[in-house]
Write a protein that binds this ligand. Structure first.
Ligand code: C2E
Ligand code: CA
Ligand code: CA
Ligand code: CA
Length: 279
């Protein structure tokens, strides 16, 4: 442990100080970015395999950094969660999606719904239901136009309160889906406690569908489970025609992935052909 003879200094190494400072400055920069309107929402299509049309879109946040260009959420979401910034950021995404949906409706070419990713902190924040209702009301949107994607972490902190909040939202007509299904330890248990509309099969199961028989078994089981609960199944991360064909044979309802379309700005998302009459 004292190989370099300076063991006790390790915690104060310049590298670690720098990392702490980088974090702080990134946090401060994100705060400013939110004020300056540097965040963007991109939209990725979900193709309904039976209707053979795009029925809805998933909203994915990006940071249009003035010097560093477009930054994917992997680089800032974790820090946003740690710092609490995810609450104002997540609420901004929600308002932006509401505004965009209204604009699409006014143009007469709206997707059936937009799915928004929800963070645990945001779900637990004071007045979350009210802010969702405000977005729907201010934009004159039917609640079914909004889908909330929840992950296991959403139910971790204050489980009964989180479930109560989600049930309230479901009662209003907002759609719920479980994201990254199959990756957490308690995927099954939240199905027991919370009624949702959809399961999204995590892309790690889709990835080696062709080469890993274990993944075929898992996907088959998730689809059977979901269908027995009358839920729609969405597979994410679909990149090849082979994956699509296999998922279709397995009875998957919707697919999302680069094969169908990458996340793009709202203006390009309109180029897609939407299914008529949704929701
Ligand atoms: P996620 O919700 O699981 O979103 C799916 C991620 O997979 C997205 O990455 C998407 O761009 C990417 N993806 C889609 N199709 C494919 C494919 O065919 N192949 C591959 N390799 N990737 C594909 P992205 O946009 O970088 O987002 C990463 C994560 O950041 C999201 O994972 C979500 O957990 C989080 N996130 C994004 N936007 C928000 C937001 O507004 N709020 C919150 N709380 N989290 C968000
Ligand atoms: Ca998601
Ligand atoms: Ca996911
Ligand atoms: Ca994820």
């Amino acid at each position: 442990a004292k190989a370099d003879g300076r063991g006790s200094l390790r915690f104060f190494s310049p590298e670690i100080m720098l990392r702490a400072r980088e974090r702080l400055s990134l946090e401060a920069e994100m705060r400013r970015a939110l004020e300056r309107g540097e965040f963007r929402v991109h939209y990725q299509p979900q193709l309904h395999l039976y209707e053979r049309a795009v029925t809805g879109l998933e909203a994915l946040v990006r940071w249009q950094h003035p010097e560093r260009g477009l930054i994917a959420p992997g680089a800032f979401i974790a820090l946003a969660e740690e710092s609490g910034l995810i609450v104002p950021l997540g609420n901004w995404v929600l308002r932006e999606v509401g505004r965009q949906m209204r604009a699409w409706l006014d143009e007469g070419r709206a997707p059936g719904y937009v799915a928004v990713n929800l963070s645990a902190l945001q779900l637990g924040s004071e007045g979350f239901v009210d802010s969702v209702q405000a977005v729907l009301r201010e934009n004159g949107l039917a609640p079914g136009r909004l889908e909330l994607e929840i992950t296991e972490s959403c139910l971790m902190a204050d489980r009964s309160r989180a479930i109560a909040t989600l049930e309230t939202l479901r009662g209003l007509g907002v759609r719920l889906s479980i994201d990254d299904f199959g990756t957490g330890y308690s995927s099954m248990s939240y199905l027991q406690h919370l009624r949702v509309h959809r399961l999204k099969i995590d892309m790690s199961f889709v990835r080696d569908l062709e080469t890993n028989p274990g993944n075929v078994s898992i996907v088959t089981a998730i689809i059977a489970l979901g269908h027995s609960l009358e839920l729609d199944i969405v597979a994410e991360g679909v990149e090849t025609p082979e994956q699509l064909a296999r998922l279709q044979r397995l009875g998957c309802d919707l697919i999302q992935g680069y094969l169908i379309g990458r996340p793009v700005p709202a203006a390009e998302a309109l180029d897609l052909r939407f299914a008529p009459g949704h929701p």
